[in-house]
Write a new protein. Structure first.
Length: 282
C-alpha cells in the first residue's frame, strides 16, 4: 500500500476485517434460506438481509480502495471457507425442523451483534481521526445490522414456542391462561386472608379506642359540671351585685329627692314668715 499513512492503514485493516465478515455471512445466509421452508416471513427477511449484506460488502470494498488499499483476499477466502464448512453442520443440527430454525436464528443473532461491534469500532475510530466519510458508512451499515438483530430478537421467542408445541406433549406444557388463573386465585386468597387479618387486628383497637373515649367522657363530665356550677355561681354573684347596686342607686336618688322637697318646703315657710312679719310691722 504505497503512500498510506498510519491512520488510513489502520482504517483499511478494520474495513478488511468487516469485509471478511460480510463475505462469511453471505454464504451462511444462503444456506439458512435453503433450510427455511416452513416460515415464509422469516425466509423473506433472510433474503432481504442477504441483499443488504452483499451491498455492505461492495460499499466497504469501495471505501478500502479509496483509502489506498485493496481487499484482503486471504480474509475474504477464509470467511467464505468457514461459512461453507458450517453450512452442512447447521443442516444437521436440531431434533426437528422447528429446532433447526431456532438454532439458525440464534446463530444469526450472534453474528449480527459481532457485526454491530465491528462497525461501531470503525465509526468511533474514523470519528477520532477526522474521517467523516468512513464514519458515515460504518454508521449506516451498523443501523442495518441493528434492525436485523431486533427482528431476530423478536423472532426467537416465537421459534422457541414452536419447538415446545412440536416436541413437548400438551399435558406437560404450561398454558398462559391456566397460569394466570392460578396466579389470580392465589392473589385473591392472599388478599382475602390479609383483609381478615387486618379486620381482626383492627377490632380490638376499635374497642380500645371506644373505651378510651368513654373514659375520657366520664372524666370530662365532672369537670363540665364544676365549670357549669362555677359559671352559675358567678352569674348569681353578678346578678346580686347588680341588684344591690341598683337598690343603692334608687335609695340615693330618693334621698336626694326628699332632701330637695324638704328644702323647698322650708324655704317656702320661711318666706311666708318674713312676709307676715312685714305685714304686722306695717
Amino acid at each position: 500500500m504505497p503512500d498510506v499513512n498510519e491512520r488510513d492503514a489502520k482504517l483499511i485493516q478494520y474495513l478488511n476485517e468487516a469485509l471478511g465478515k460480510e463475505k462469511e455471512l453471505e454464504t451462511a445466509l444462503q444456506a439458512h434460506i435453503g433450510m427455511t421452508t416452513t416460515r415464509p416471513p422469516y425466509k423473506k427477511r433472510l433474503q432481504q438481509h442477504l441483499k443488504e449484506t452483499k451491498s455492505h460488502a461492495r460499499e466497504v470494498e469501495r471505501r478500502i480502495k479509496k483509502l489506498g488499499g485493496g481487499p484482503s483476499t486471504v480474509g475474504t477466502v477464509a470467511g467464505k471457507a468457514i461459512a461453507a464448512a458450517k453450512g452442512p453442520m447447521h443442516a444437521l443440527r436440531g431434533t426437528g425442523d422447528e429446532e433447526k430454525l431456532l438454532k439458525n436464528a440464534k446463530t444469526e443473532y450472534s453474528e449480527e451483534h459481532e457485526e454491530i461491534a465491528t462497525y461501531a469500532a470503525i465509526e468511533a475510530f474514523a470519528d477520532s481521526v477526522g474521517d467523516k466519510e468512513t464514519a458515515k458508512l460504518a454508521r449506516s451499515i451498523r443501523r442495518d445490522e441493528e434492525r436485523m438483530a431486533g427482528y431476530l430478537e423478536r423472532l426467537i421467542p416465537q421459534l422457541t414456542k414452536a419447538v415446545v408445541r412440536a416436541e413437548v406433549p400438551s399435558d406437560q406444557r404450561s398454558t398462559g391462561r391456566r397460569s394466570a388463573r392460578r396466579s389470580s386465585s392465589k392473589r385473591s386468597s392472599s388478599s382475602s386472608a390479609s383483609r381478615k387479618a387486618s379486620s381482626t387486628r383492627k377490632a380490638p383497637s376499635r374497642r380500645k379506642a371506644s373505651s378510651t373515649r368513654k373514659a375520657s367522657s366520664t372524666r370530662k363530665a365532672p369537670s363540665r359540671r364544676k365549670a357549669s356550677s362555677t359559671r352559675k355561681a358567678s352569674s348569681t354573684r353578678k346578678a346580686s351585685s347588680t341588684r344591690k347596686a341598683s337598690s343603692s342607686s334608687k335609695a340615693s336618688s330618693r334621698s336626694r329627692s326628699g332632701s330637695r322637697t324638704r328644702s323647698g318646703t322650708g324655704s317656702r315657710s320661711a318666706s311666708r314668715s318674713r312676709s307676715g312679719s312685714r305685714t304686722r310691722s306695717r
